[in-house]
Design a protein around this ligand. Structure first.
Ligand SMILES: Cc1cc2nc3c(=O)[nH]c(=O)nc-3n(C[C@H](O)[C@H](O)[C@H](O)COP(=O)(O)OP(=O)(O)OC[C@H]3O[C@@H](n4cnc5c(N)ncnc54)[C@H](O)[C@@H]3O)c2cc1C
Length: 414
């Protein structure tokens, strides 16, 4: 049995703690906040084996440039002289090609399917309810161009063994009978699922505390001491902590944490927004993605969560109301019965997706510090990939063969 310190209590840190503690390790989580919010709370809750295309893909650059000139668009990069942004941008450009998409598809599929299986196991254990529903996700489109792109992706997905089907407008209607639809059709990602993230994170925290994992809230790691190619100790809230192994799972703050240990992790925060609207009639049967508008709609706990946008910028607490308005205005274009009101600023949630430039997570041991494992950079898919990442972290620390190959996710690939 080894002692392990995890820096960060989002879905990645908590999932790592779950599988590490169950493998018999003694685990401490150091978390700078009070665990009432982080990116793992207000997200769209989608479990997405369908997402085998990384963010860095052909067409993203041209599309991104067009969106930059629309204040309500779903994607924005704030131009700045920040050298981290420049270096991230160059790496992104180098990977936005067909070869990268091709070589990422199998690793992304495998980690996603592993994660979904682990979510199912967690649900079957019945220790806490986190609202897992396995009805898939409908990717709706309105234009012929999007229809062709989505049909092509569905073909590729099927060739990877993923369960998905292109649906006509009428077939969509039979799956979503209580809401009017103004769409050309959809792809039904039957391989996907959804959860209620707020309940998932709260449930995981209680389960871990019951299983004797120490969770030190309001403990921001502010110093890391290294010696002889290893981490010797970390300092947080005036205390010094040391362990056999350390895990960096700090989400969008991971580069700052890594810098304390003299390491660089290319990663930028991709801010997104969400808000809840009551839906007592439960008319939204299956979560939806709106292809052209890039909006996610998920039924949760008697309400609907609407979410979207990706602003690549420094971490900040500004709420860009125009971009939220972009989400609000997109919804009735696909669902004429749904007219959510523009939420008050205080009711708008935002979170920072830890976005690597090639769209793949970093999971693995650091080459420079032998007792450090890095687990971050999951971008748009962190909730989905949480359990698999936790399981893989536990296998790395326990020196077991990881369940899937990890080379595509190497933290030293840059
Ligand atoms: C609008 C939106 C919708 C999304 N929808 C989905 C979805 O449907 N499906 C999906 O899979 N993903 C989705 N995502 C992405 C997903 O939410 C993230 O990828 C995921 O939550 C990242 O988890 P994490 O644990 O890496 O980071 P976080 O949840 O941010 O956790 C990191 C933790 O580390 C702590 N920390 C940082 N620095 C320190 C330090 N120095 N010391 C101690 N603690 C520290 C932070 O306080 C934080 O609690 C969405 C994101 C957004 C914004």
């Amino acid at each position: 049995m080894a002692s392990v310190i995890i820096i960060g209590g989002g879905i990645i840190g908590l999932s790592s703690a779950l599988y590490l503690s169950e493998a018999g390790h003694q685990v401490t989580i150091l978390e700078k906040g009070d665990l009432s919010d982080n990116c793992s709370f207000g997200n769209a809750g989608m479990i997405v084996p369908s997402h085998f295309i990384p963010l860095a893909a052909p067409g993203m650059v041209q599309q991104g440039i067009k969106w930059m000139f629309d204040s309500k668009s779903p994607f924005f990069v704030r131009p700045s002289l920040n050298p981290d942004l420049f270096s991230w941008g160059i790496k992104f450009l180098k990977k936005a090609n067909a070869a990268h998409v091709e070589e990422s598809a199998v690793p992304l599929r495998d980690i996603s399917l592993l994660s979904k299986k682990l979510y199912e196991e967690l649900h079957q254990r019945g220790e806490f309810d986190f609202g897992l529903v396995e009805k898939g996700i409908l990717m709706f489109y309105k234009t012929q161009k999007a229809a062709e792109e989505e049909a092509h992706l569905a073909e590729k997905g099927k060739s990877l063994g993923l369960d998905m089907e292109v649906l006509s407008r009428d077939a969509c209607k039979s799956l979503q009978p209580e809401l009017e639809l103004d769409v050309l059709g959809a792809v039904h990602y039957r391989c996907d699922a959804h959860v209620y993230p707020n309940q998932l994170i709260k449930g995981l925290v209680s389960l871990l505390e019951k299983n004797c994992v120490r969770i030190a809230r309001n403990h921001e790691v502010s110093r890391i001491e290294t010696s002889a190619g290893k981490i010797a100790s970390v300092a947080a809230a005036g205390e010094r902590f040391s362990a056999d192994h350390y895990i960096i799972a700090g989400g969008s703050w991971s580069p700052a944490v890594a810098r304390l240990a003299g390491l660089r992790i290319p990663l930028l925060p991709g801010k997104g927004y969400s808000f809840m609207a009551k839906e007592p009639e439960g008319r939204m049967k299956i979560p939806a993605l709106l292809a052209e508008a890039r909006v996610a709609i998920t039924p949760m706990n008697g309400s609907i969560r609407y979410g979207g946008t990706m602003e690549i910028d420094r971490i900040n607490t500004r709420v860009n109301l125009n971009r939220v308005r972009g989400i609000v205005e997109a919804i009735p274009k696909y669902f004429p019965d749904l007219h959510p009101e523009m939420p008050a600023e205080k009711d708008i949630w935002f979170g920072f997706r830890p976005s690597s430039p090639d769209g793949l997570p970093y999971i693995g041991r650091s080459k420079k510090l032998s007792n450090l494992v890095i687990a971050t950079g999951h971008g748009m898919m962190g909730l989905s990939l949480g359990p698999a990442t936790g399981k893989l972290v536990s296998q790395i620390v326990s020196e077991q063969q990881p369940e899937i190959p990890l080379s595509a996710f190497s933290p030293d690939r840059y």
